[in-house]
Design a protein around this ligand. Structure first.
Ligand SMILES: C[S@@+](CC[C@H](N)C(=O)[O-])C[C@H]1O[C@@H](n2cnc3c(N)ncnc32)[C@H](O)[C@@H]1O
Length: 171
């Protein structure tokens, strides 16, 4: 919501690992064209139900984040809220970075909000800044513009878990 209020979303928007769609629905409510994708059909069904109940136009579809090229579409802004840290190894994270690059327009922006290793009380898959930089390294088609400490809301932290907000540009 903070990024959106600062005008951080433009053009066609992809919400990667959208879950039940809260972020996608917020961005869509601002008038942007949004596709939310997830592997979980149950989450997508809930997201569609919320869109319908709230009268918000947003599209939700099943897709594997490691194979976004299969979408055959391009996006100017991509949001990853809580997906990156689910990939365990560098090779999988690099595959994910390549998959994201395949659907992001040059000059486009990727936001990654993931659990950070900068405790205390870290989330279940803490990520270091170095791990983010290794996945979106030079040659990946991405340039990391910034990585800042932030919070990621969970069901088991009162004030969210320590997180990194990475702003990454497609080059
Ligand atoms: C922690 S949840 C975050 C949900 C949502 N972005 C949010 O902020 O509430 C991570 C989501 O990523 C989805 N996910 C995990 N692996 C995926 C993959 N390979 N492709 C697409 N979605 C995936 C899960 O099904 C889950 O809905």
């Amino acid at each position: 919501m903070r990024l959106a209020s600062l005008g951080g979303f433009a053009g066609a928007v992809l919400d990667a690992g959208c879950g039940t769609g809260e972020n996608a629905l917020h961005v869509a409510s601002l008038g942007l064209k949004v596709l939310g994708v997830d592997v979980a059909e149950t989450a997508l069904a809930l997201a569609r139900e919320k869109a319908n109940d709230r009268g918000i136009q947003a599209e939700f579809a099943p897709a594997d984040a490691l194979q976004f090229d299969r979408l055959g579409r391009k996006f100017q802004t991509v949001l990853d809220c809580g997906l990156f840290h689910t990939f365990d190894h560098l090779d999988e994270r690099r595959r994910y970075a390549a998959s994201l690059a395949s659907v992001t327009e040059r000059g486009g922006t990727l936001y990654v909000l993931c659990f950070s290793d900068d405790g205390p009380d870290t989330g279940p898959h803490p990520i270091s800044q170095e791990e983010l930089r290794a996945a979106f390294n030079s040659g990946s088609g991405w340039h990391i513009a910034s990585i800042e400490p932030d919070r990621l809301e969970t069901r088991f932290h009162d004030n969210g878990a320590p997180a990194w907000l990475a702003i990454i540009k497609r080059i």
